[in-house]
Design a binder for this molecule. Structure first.
Ligand SMILES: [Zn+2]
Ligand SMILES: [Zn+2]
Length: 127
């Protein structure tokens, strides 16, 4: 199976006398997920691969859609996608704004029109 995207999560290298410590970060939240023990290999790629294979990889999930490496809470195991590609959402029973009862899978409140769920194109950001 091939998934596009990077081979590893976002990482930083901390150089030590006895080797390089790798810090792997969630591609969505930017949170530090794993800090490895020091690795020392001849080739930088080989070293990264070792750190990733031995320690990093198990702490991450790769989105099958966009290829991001994300931590558990940023991953939707039902779809094998990250939460940006496949948001995890609780279907609301009541509108959080006006309190109207919501029947079924409504994206917008039928009463006040507030957006209840993501879905489709989400153009609005910090408005
Ligand atoms: Zn994704
Ligand atoms: Zn409403």
């Amino acid at each position: 199976m091939t998934v596009k995207g990077r081979k590893t999560a976002t990482y930083k290298i901390i150089k030590k006398e006895y080797g390089n410590i790798y810090q792997f970060y969630c591609d969505i939240s930017g949170a530090l997920v794993k800090e490895t023990i020091p690795y020392k290999r001849k080739e930088p790629e080989e070293e990264l691969e070792a750190a990733w294979e031995f320690e990093g990889k198990d702490c991450f999930n790769q989105c099958h859609k966009c290829g991001r490496w994300v931590m558990d809470v940023m991953y939707n195991p039902d779809t094998h996608n990250c939460v940006l590609c496949s948001p995890i959402e609780d279907i609301p029973d009541f509108c959080p704004r006006c309190g109207a009862q919501i029947a079924g899978l409504a994206v917008f409140c039928h009463n006040c029109g507030v957006r209840l769920m993501y879905g489709g194109d989400d153009d609005e950001k910090d408005g």
